[in-house]
Each structure stands twice: as C-alpha cells, then as structure tokens.
Design a protein around this ligand. Structure first.
Ligand code: CP
Ligand code: NVA
Length: 332
C-alpha cells in the first residue's frame, strides 16, 4: 500500500482497502506508544496546522502525533494567518508548501481544503470542514473495532443533526467499510441527496443498508453503536439554537434510547459534548431554554457503555497513521 504524497480530504477519496490499511497502521502505532517504543520515523520533516475554528482534540492529536514522529510542528490559530483576508487560499498553499512537508486545515467550506491541496504540492489533511470530518472517522472505526473485534455488519445509528460534518462522514465511513447506517433525525436535517445517493450505491455493493427515520426508537432497536454530536456546529449562528432545540429535543440519547439498543451497544460522540451544566454555552442554554443536558444525558455519557474517551485518544493514533502513510516513509 503506497499512500505517499496523497492528501486526506474526505473518506470518499479512499478505497476500503486504503482505509483498512490506515486502521491497521493506527493499531500498530497505538501499540508502539503504549509500549514506549520510539517511532521518530519522520525526523527532519515539518508540518503546519492551520485552524480557522477552535479545537482541543484535533489540534493536540496532530501536535503530539507530529512530535512522536519526530517532526517540527507550527500551529496557526484562528485569525493569526493572512489566509482569506489578505491572501488567497491558493497563494497561502503555495507558500506553506515551500516550507512544510504537510498541512493540516480546519475551517469552513470543503472547497477550501480542496483548493489548499490542489496548490500546496504537499499532502493536506482535513481536520474538519463544514461538510466532513474524516480523521474523526478513523478514530471512530478504530474504537468500534476495539469494542466488538470487527466492523462489518455492525448497526451504527446517528441521532441528531443528520447533515453536519460528523453525520455526513459517518454515513460515508459505514457505506465504505460495510457497516449498516441509520439516521434518526427530523426530515429537515437529513444529508444532501447527492451524498445519500453516493452512499446508497456504496452500501448496496457491500450488501449493507442506509436507513432514514424520524423515529429514534425504531432507529435504535437493533443498534450496536449509538452516536450523536452537538445540535449546533461551529460556524453556525447562535440564532439557530432555538429552532434546533425544538427540532432535536426528541433525538437526545438517554437511558431509554440506550436500553432500546442491543445489550452490548456502545455510545460514541466526537466531543465536545453538552451533557451537563459545566460549560458556558451549556449554562447559557439552560438559562434561556431550561435544558440541563442536550444531545446526550450525563447518565449515558458517564456510563460504562460510553467509549468517548477511548475515541478521543484514538484521534492521536489514527492521525499519526495518516501523516506517516502520506508523508511516505517505509514502515518498520
Ligand atoms: N472531535 C473533535 O474534532 O474535537 P475538537 O473540536 O476538540 O478538535
Ligand atoms: N459538528 C461539530 C463537530 C465538532 C468536532 C462541529 O462542527 O462543531
């Protein structure tokens, strides 16, 4: 498998075999990390992390993975580069590509990360756009495989805002890798019909299915994995909260939903999550709308079915695999 020089912009660009290879590589890197086996295979290389939105996991995963691989890492925070305001994305890509061996981008339109990649001359990695969050998916698949020992045929259910970056990417990840995908969401919040069609074709070639329902209890009755995400994503205006709460209130993952699923079902969430009042946004929403928990209850979030912190850790191992494979050194 040779992924050298490739960008990682969306899972649709990768074959199931290539994704499988990245998951195996991730497992290997996790093993090395746990056993304190040094793996500075990319010594002498440098990467830059370009963030137009905030981040905890993705930024730290890229930084630690970069350091573990022996690379120099530059972080550019939201608002501190010239990109977009004084310099086009294409020009920025050409400049960064002269200095760095790889570029991570978190921001808005998927087109931005595609333009970066077309102009950089070095691999570009998508750390989240409005449409997709592909590195998150590798960590999610890895966590599912760690929990069940296999991926093919698992029933994955996403509850909530079905047209955000995480829901879109999860539908693609399942369709590609042979998992069944069900979306429990209001009709207004379903993915783009073109993306649904692509995924339905992928799923039918794997003999799996993609289902859409507005009934969370029907959706979750045979679930192995129940996944949710915030109801309002980064970049959306605060004004949408009220309408979103009305639409998504009944898609909250609570203990009734978890007990409706298979007995050994797990709970996943890309994080960050509003499951209590310990955040400023959480408190603000409570004051305005009276909700103490949003997309998931604290009870489910803190239960032993919840694998969210394994999932968060796996961001680092999987991002390491992506950088290592695309920067192309021989694996030992
Ligand atoms: N899941 C995720 O991408 O988290 P951050 O926003 O903290 O990077
Ligand atoms: N849908 C969320 C994911 C955060 C990791 C957002 O875009 O804000």
């Amino acid at each position: 498998m040779n992924l050298k020089g490739r960008s990682f912009l969306k899972l649709l660009d990768y074959t199931p075999e290539e994704i499988r290879y990245l998951l195996d590589l991730s497992k290997d890197f996790k093993n090395k990390k746990k056993n304190n086996i040094e793996h500075t295979y990319l010594k002498g290389k440098n990467i830059v992390l370009l963030f137009e939105k905030t981040s905890t996991r993705t930024r730290c995963a890229f930084e630690v993975a970069g350091h573990d691989l022996g690379m120099g890492v530059t972080y550019l925070d939201p608002g501190s580069s010239q990109m977009g305001k004084k310099e086009s994305i294409a020009d920025t890509a050409k400049v960064l590509g002269r200095m760095y061996d790889g570029i991570e981008y978190r921001g808005f339109a998927q087109d931005n990360v595609e333009i970066l990649s077309q102009n950089a001359g070095v691999p570009v990695w998508n750390g989240l756009t409005t449409e997709f969050h592909p590195t998150q998916m590798l960590a999610d698949l890895m966590t599912m495989e760690e929990s069940f020992g296999y991926l093919k045929g698992l029933n994955v259910v996403f509850c909530g805002d079905g047209r955000n970056n995480v829901a879109n990417s999860l539908m693609v990840a399942c369709a590609k890798m042979g998992l069944n995908f069900t979306l429990a969401s209001p009709k207004e919040l379903r993915p783009d019909p073109d993306l649904i069609e692509i995924c339905e074709n992928l799923a039918s070639s794997n003999n799996t299915h993609i289902n859409f329902t507005d009934d969370i209890m029907i959706a979750t009755q045979d679930a192995d994995v129940i996944y949710t995400d915030v109801w309002v994503s980064m970049g959306e205006p605060d004004a949408v909260w009220e309408e979103r709460i009305k639409l998504l209130n009944k898609y909250q993952v609570n203990s009734k939903v978890m007990t409706n699923a298979k007995e050994n079902a797990i709970f996943l969430h890309c994080l960050p999550s509003f499951h209590n009042l310990e955040t400023t946004i959480g408190k603000d929403i409570y004051e305005k709308f009276g909700l103490k928990e949003m997309e998931v209850t604290d009870e489910v979030f803190s239960s032993n079915k919840s694998k969210v912190f394994d999932e968060a850790e796996n961001r680092m191992h999987t991002i390491k695999a992506v950088m290592y494979a695309t920067l192309g050194e021989k694996h030992e």
